[in-house]
Design a protein around this ligand. Structure first.
Ligand code: UGA
Length: 433
């Protein structure tokens, strides 16, 4: 099929490459000329495992191209909109200006009977408003909402082998077109849920709200564990054996960040208020508050380990991205902790395998070094804040050799406390006795 993807960020670039991999003829559209130039050369504009290979194959096959001109998308049968919906400046709601802009532009170029598919995460009610907007602009194109559940770091696999497909539609022709787009994926027995716009929009919002709640639940237990001497990791293992609860997304630490969960729960709470249902999701305010308290807690533990102050102390911060296998530092708890320590007068040396460039744009005041070795040399304290494999695999004895004094805060609870203590470390996890 002929497909266009509007917006080539983390979501759109992966979606475009995946659609070409499924055999479709794809044009990706983005207003950022540098990004388009990179993508055209088969280069990923951000770090995502497996993406560059997929892009390269797509571009070489001739089935994948990129442009800044939306008119180049005019002959597509299906247009996917994958632009960002960031948090509004100074408010909790979602900023829909890129979504509105993309649909306005498509209204001018999309062929009659073609299908416009929203993939961006939007407040419930947006699709219905967009239909009205399209009709007002004289477009007869069909609309569908087809939320995306990909995780950064696993984006390629999640797009090519999703655990479900959700279509929000108001016309059977939309379902038929989406079934053709996803034919290969559906053939493998992937569950497909066909529903109305509002439900499809809410499925995405609810999924992210649930995941955020699960993480904040275990972090709330970490707070109780800290007050009682209990161990939150053992607690998570034990409750996780109950299949109704499950162990995944029960890792306590410095909490969630990134371009999705934090802004999505805030936008959900803001939308619920508009709907007169603020109390229904009032708990999300608590979820957010618990999450943000974890960053303070990590700083407090660092202060405790250093005997009451971090001022002028040398601190190695291992990790800057919001999670491993990504270069994304948006709302990153790791970067936030590094900046807070710097703000308290600590001599922070921070490192990350892929996140330094993005971190520097947000916090140019920090001292960034290329390797864990450099960060750890002569440090008074190490903080593991993003659980990259290479930091999980660090040898306690070798780290102790590098540091001035062997002290470590394992803010993701991924190290073996007994191994680190055996090597002479003052070890502290979060929510661990
Ligand atoms: C999240 C959802 O997981 C995806 O399903 C969704 O498609 C995506 O948002 C989106 O809306 O686009 P992502 O932001 O890539 O994906 O990250 P997650 O894997 O959900 O992790 C989010 C944060 O939670 C990270 O900072 C991670 O370190 C933290 N986390 C995760 C924990 O603190 N504990 C856990 O047990 C799991």
């Amino acid at each position: 099929m002929r497909i266009s993807v509007i917006g080539c960020g983390y979501l759109g670039a992966v979606h475009a490459a995946a659609m070409a991999d499924l055999g479709h003829d794809v044009v990706g559209v983005d207003t950022d000329a540098d990004k388009v130039a990179k993508l055209t050369a088969g280069e990923a504009p951000f770090f995502e495992p497996g993406l560059e290979e997929l892009l390269g194959e797509g571009v070489r096959s001739g089935r994948l191209r990129f442009t800044t001109d939306i008119a180049d998308a005019a002959d597509a049968e299906v247009h996917f909109v994958a632009v960002g919906t960031p948090q509004l400046p100074g408010a909790d709601g979602a900023d829909l200006r890129f979504v509105d802009g993309a649909f306005d532009a498509l209204a001018g170029v999309a062929a009659p009977g073609s299908l416009l598919v929203g993939k961006s995460t939007v407040p419930v009610g947006t699709a219905a408003e967009l239909v009205a907007r399209l009709r007002k602009a004289g477009s007869t194109a069909l609309l569908a909402w087809n939320p995306e559940f990909l995780r950064e770091g696993f984006a390629v696999a999640d797009t090519l082998a999703p655990d479900r497909l959700v279509y929000g539609v108001d016309d059977e022709r939309a379902t038929e077109l989406l079934d053709r787009v996803y034919a290969d994926i559906l053939e493998r027995g992937t569950p497909r849920i066909v529903t109305d716009f509002a439900t499809a929009e809410l499925v995405k919002t609810a999924a992210n709200a649930f995941l955020a709640t699960k993480i904040s639940f275990i972090n709330a237990m970490a707070e109780i564990a800290e007050a009682t001497g209990a161990d939150v990791t053992t607690l998570a293992d034990a409750i996780g054996h109950d299949a109704r609860i499950g162990r995944r997304f029960l890792n306590a630490g410095i909490g969630f960040g990134g371009g999705c969960l934090p802004k999505d729960i805030r936008a959900f709470a803001a939308r619920a208020e508009e709907l007169g249902r603020a109390e229904s999701v009032a708990f999300l305010r608590q979820v957010d508050a618990i999450n943000l308290r974890r960053r303070e807690r990590a700083v407090d533990v660092a202060i405790e380990l250093l005997g009451g102050s971090v001022f002028e102390r040398r601190i190695a911060v291992l990790g800057l991205t919001f999670k491993p296998d990504s270069d994304d530092t948006r709302d990153s708890p790791a970067l936030d902790v590094a900046a807070r320590l710097h703000g308290l007068g600590a001599r922070v040396r921070a490192t990350d395998p892929y996140g330094i460039d993005n971190a520097r744009l947000r916090h140019p005041q920090l001292d960034y070094v290329a390797s864990a070795r450099e960060a750890l040399r002569d440090a008074d304290l190490a903080l593991l804040v993003t659980e990259w494999r290479e930091y999980r695999d660090l040898e306690p004895a070798a780290v102790a050799e590098l540091m001035a004094v062997p002290r470590i805060v394992d803010a993701r609870n991924v190290l073996d406390p007994s191994a680190w203590r055996a090597a002479g470390f003052a070890y502290r996890g979060l929510g661990r006795s």
